[in-house]
Design a binder for this molecule. Structure first.
Ligand code: 6PG
Length: 226
């Protein structure tokens, strides 16, 4: 496993560098094939999504990109807790231009547990096997997507699984670890000294992100700023 730090003075500089790299991946995707990206939610990545939205406005039309959340809270898109709602807000201009298509991790089922098999089938139908890139965040407890400490990272070989946030008990749907690992690139976006220390000690503490570090089939590019 190779982990490569890209450090920046501030988040604006980080967002600029990452969104330019992202745009490059989109523009160098072979004609006829769709670029696909799994995106984190939470409070960190929104400026990166907003910057990409701006950049997409100035480039020639391309094959619509496929987007999916790395994990979603089992709430309607209108809820400010929704990651899919976050994507729709941050990538609004490019939505109008039909630059991307979101493959949702939700359906009308009451719980993610009930929905998992149907969402698994949808992911297999609508997404290419390997992602062009996965953009992950990380919690201070070392969780990635909604793969929390001590919880399973996959269920029944499905591409997604239900999860519960350990503190808030909020129901979540998460991509499984093997599905997250089926990617050409991994961008891990974290900020602050605390998360950097958590990441640097993740393997010795056997945190969820350690599975990513151990099993990734590509370099993990860590985008970090104080
Ligand atoms: C989510 C995310 C989750 C997030 C981390 C970090 O839905 O919450 O996908 O995995 O990346 O919890 O969250 P912050 O960016 O808010 O610190």
């Amino acid at each position: 496993m190779t982990m490569k730090y890209h450090t920046f003075e501030n988040f604006a500089a980080l967002s600029e560098a990452l969104s330019q790299q992202w745009l490059d991946v989109i523009q160098t995707t072979p004609t006829g094939s769709s670029a696909s990206f799994a995106l984190a939610g939470g409070s960190t990545p929104a400026p990166v999504y907003q910057r990409l939205d701006q950049l997409l406005a100035d480039v020639d039309q391309h094959q619509p990109i496929k987007l999916v959340a790395t994990d979603e809270r089992w709430v309607p898109d209108q809820d400010k807790q929704s990651n899919e709602g976050l994507f729709r807000r941050c990538l609004s201009a490019s939505a109008t231009d039909k630059r991307w298509q979101l493959v949702s991790l939700k359906n009308a089922a009451n719980t993610p547990e009930v929905a998992a098999e149907a969402i698994h089938a949808r992911l297999n139908e609508q997404l290419p096997q390997a992602f062009s890139a996965v953009l992950l965040g990380m919690g201070a407890d070392g969780h990635i997507a909604s793969l929390f400490p001590g919880a399973p990272t996959q269920h029944d070989d499905l591409a997604c699984l239900a999860a519960v946030h350990p503190q808030t008990r909020q129901s979540r749907m998460s991509l499984s670890l093997p599905r997250l690992l089926n990617t050409k690139r991994i961008w891990l976006v974290i900020t602050g000294a605390e998360k950097r220390q958590v990441l640097d000690q993740a393997i010795e503490n056997n945190l969820p992100v350690a599975s990513l570090l151990r099993e990734a089939g590509c370099t993990i590019d860590v985008f970090w700023c104080p």
